[in-house]
Design a protein around this ligand. Structure first.
Ligand code: UT7
Length: 323
């Protein structure tokens, strides 16, 4: 018998304001055609003035709780993946904790940039597997619009704001890959590549800073490492591409998503794609895609899912779970 972290609820939130590519044409030397053909992005959502990451996260958390038929007070732990926290401290997770009316659990943030949700899901799974929590809310939420350099056409057209959340609950499984819940995890980072994707500010440098990216280099690493980590996570439990019902990738670029699917040996009709409407929402992109994928009727109970992501650090990883 094995304790499994099983998905009981999923939800997401996107800020009201939708920004089409055409809006960037008004103040940058760019075109809708370039953005779509190089990234697959058509629209992204931007948070309203005063709307913070924890606001987005709270909406997504409440949606996931409603989907699970639970209240905030039923949750033992809240793990929030974000690189765009409301404040330096306290954690945005504690703000969500208060907003959902939870006083008995514990809450903390995790920061692994675009790979943040995979790291948070792995941590939430570990809390459940080790008996430190029975019900965990795991959230990815970002307001990357706050760290864009609006004069840098090579980055500011790519990112968006949003949030997604899962409710995980401990369930006893048989210990086989037929169990529901998180089945396998592969996490990696390599700080020697820290200068490929970073924000040039922070608490210690007394500024907020802007996102900086060597796009082509990150692209090269993504194409190499994403299929690799997904294969590793699947191989750990004796599964292969043929067993996968849905790949739910980090949504940075349709070309990366397609190339990873090809390398994995999974056809595109088994890949959940939301990048055209969300842009790159960093740690929020996978839970957003899980929620939208379920809403579209793509993801169903019992399906085998592979999530994979890479971002600043570089940090990358994959989680295999049965929905
Ligand atoms: O989520 C974290 C992980 N992040 C990623 O996975 C992002 C990885 N990188 C990428 O997705 C792609 O590298 C980009 C979408 C960022 C860029 O696509 P690319 O095919 O690698 O383009 P490029 O950087 O090689 O640029 C090609 C050309 C350049 O012009 P020249 O030097 O060929 O004259 C750029 O200056 O496109 C130019 N360019 C643009 N043109 C119009 C760059 N940005 C723009 C723009 N509009 N917005």
């Amino acid at each position: 018998m094995t304790v499994r972290a099983v998905v009981k609820g999923v939800g997401h939130y996107l800020p009201e304001r939708i920004v089409p590519n055409a809006e960037f044409e008004t103040f940058l030397d760019t075109t809708d055609d370039w953005i779509q053909s190089r990234s697959g992005i058509k629209n992204r959502h931007f948070a309203a003035e005063g709307e913070t990451t924890s606001d987005l996260a709270t909406h997504a958390a409440n949606a996931a709780l409603a989907d699970a038929g639970l209240q905030g007070s039923d949750i033992d732990a809240i793990v929030l993946a974000t690189s765009t926290a409301d404040l330096t401290f306290p954690s945005s997770a504690t703000k969500v904790q208060h907003a959902i009316g939870n006083t008995n659990g514990y809450a903390f943030d995790i920061q692994a940039v675009c790979a943040g949700f995979v790291f948070a899901l792995s941590n939430a799974n570990a809390l459940i597997a080790s008996g430190q929590a029975e019900r965990v809310l795991v959230i990815g939420a970002e307001t990357f619009s706050r760290i864009m350099d609006w004069t840098d056409r090579s980055t500011c057209v790519l990112f968006g704001d949003g949030a997604g959340a899962l409710v995980l609950e401990a369930e006893t499984g048989a210990g086989t890959s037929a169990d529901r819940g998180v089945l396998s995890v592969d996490l990696n980072s390599d700080g020697s590549h820290r200068n490929l994707l970073y924000v040039d500010g922070g608490v210690s440098t007394q500024s907020t800073g802007h996102l900086r990216m060597e796009g082509q280099e990150v692209f090269r690493h993504a194409v190499e490492k994403l299929a690799q980590t997904a294969h590793t996570a699947l191989n750990k439990i004796g599964l292969g591409a043929g067993d996968v019902d849905w790949v739910v990738p980090h949504q940075a670029n349709i070309r990366i998503i397609k190339s990873t699917a090809r390398k994995l040996g999974v056809p595109m009709d088994r890949v959940v794609v939301t990048v055209e409407n969300h842009g790159n929402t960093s740690a929020a992109s996978i839970p957003l895609a899980l929620s939208v994928g379920k809403e579209r009727g793509q993801i169903k109970q019992g399906d085998l899912l592979v999530t994979e992501a890479i971002g600043g650090g570089l940090a990358w990883g994959s989680v295999v779970l049965r929905w």
